[in-house]
Design a protein around this ligand. Structure first.
Ligand code: ZN
Length: 283
C-alpha cells in the first residue's frame, strides 16, 4: 500500500445515534430517544470492521447514554485495541449548561465508559464542538475531573461553534496544576482563514480531493498530524429520514451513500492511530 506521507494522523469517531445530533434537538426530544430505532451499534461495528481490515487503531468518543444501552459495544471497542474516550453523557451543548451540570455530565460519562471498557478514559470531545469563548470554563472542569485532553475547540467560524483565532495544532491549556492538552480538529490556513479539512460534514459534503489535499499539506508542509473525525451515522444511508429544514437536511443526509467508500480510500491514502498517541507527542 502506498501512503502519501509517513505521519500518523488521529482517527476519531463520535459514537452517537443519528437522532442525537444537536441539529435535531428541536425534532427528537430526549424523552423520545428511547423510542427511536437504534442503529449506532451496527454502524460502529461496521467501522470497527473497516479499521480492522485497514490495520488501524482509532479513538472512540462514546456518548455515556449510548454506552449504558450498548455495554457490549464498549467492551468490543476496548478489546479490539482502540482508545475509549468520552463524548459526555447526555449530548447537551456545553455553553447551554452550568459548570455544575457540565461537571456531573462529564463525570458520569467517564465513570460509565471506564466501568464497561475497563480502560482509563483520558479524552473528551464536546457535543457539536461546543467549547467556545462562552464556555472556556469547561477546560478547568475537565482537568479537575481527571481528563488529560480535550478535543472540542474548532478554530473556525461556524453558526454553532468555533473560536476562529484559537491555535490550529495541539497545545496546553489551563494553569494552577490543572492543565490539559487541547487537540483541535484539523484545518488548513488559506488566505488568512482557517478552513476545516478533516471530517464530518466537510468530509461528506465536499469532494474527497479537498480532504486528501488538506491532510497532505498538513503532513508534508507543516509536518503535523491531522485530527480527523466522523460519526457512525455518516456511513448509514439506510437511517430513517426525519423531517427537518432544508439546511439541516442537506448537512445531515447528503452523500451518506458515498461516505463508506470514501473512508476506505482515506484509510488507504494515510496512516492513522488513536488521538491519545498524537496528544502524547505534545505532552
Ligand atoms: Zn455528538
Amino acid at each position: 500500500m502506498t501512503r502519501t506521507t509517513s505521519v500518523v494522523n488521529a482517527m476519531t469517531i463520535d459514537v452517537e445515534d443519528y437522532f442525537q445530533v444537536s441539529a435535531f434537538d428541536g425534532v427528537v426530544s430526549r424523552e423520545k430517544w428511547e423510542t427511536m430505532p437504534s442503529r449506532v451499534a451496527a454502524n460502529t461495528r461496521r467501522l470497527l470492521q473497516m479499521f480492522d481490515e485497514a490495520g488501524i487503531k482509532a479513538t472512540f468518543f462514546v456518548l455515556g447514554w449510548v454506552a449504558e444501552r450498548h455495554p457490549q459495544l464498549v467492551s468490543e471497542i476496548a478489546s479490539a485495541g482502540h482508545e475509549l474516550a468520552s463524548h459526555g453523557y447526555g449530548h447537551r451543548l456545553v455553553y447551554d449548561q452550568s459548570p455544575d451540570v457540565f461537571r456531573e455530565d462529564v463525570r458520569r460519562a467517564k465513570a460509565v465508559i471506564e466501568d464497561l471498557g475497563g480502560l482509563a478514559v483520558r479524552g473528551y470531545r464536546a457535543p457539536s464542538y461546543s467549547i467556545t469563548k462562552k464556555s472556556l470554563w469547561a477546560l478547568d472542569v475537565l482537568a479537575e475531573e481527571g481528563y488529560a485532553y480535550d478535543a472540542s475547540i474548532f478554530p473556525i467560524r461556524h453558526d454553532r461553534y468555533g473560536i476562529p483565532d484559537a491555535p490550529r495544532h495541539p497545545y496546553w491549556v489551563g494553569q494552577n496544576g490543572h492543565a490539559l492538552v487541547e487537540a483541535p480538529p484539523s484545518t488548513v490556513r488559506v488566505l488568512g482563514t482557517n478552513l476545516p479539512i478533516a471530517g464530518g460534514g466537510y468530509f461528506r459534503l465536499l469532494p474527497y480531493w479537498w480532504t486528501r489535499w488538506g491532510i497532505t499539506k498538513l503532513n508534508s508542509q507543516e509536518r503535523r498530524p491531522a485530527i480527523f473525525y466522523l460519526h457512525p451515522w455518516e456511513i448509514d444511508p439506510g437511517q430513517p429520514r426525519l423531517s427537518v429544514g432544508a439546511v439541516t437536511s442537506f448537512r445531515h443526509y447528503r452523500n451518506l451513500h458515498a461516505t463508506e467508500q470514501r473512508l476506505r480510500q482515506l484509510l488507504a491514502d494515510f496512516s492513522f492511530g488513536p488521538l491519545a498517541q498524537v496528544v502524547g507527542d505534545v505532552a
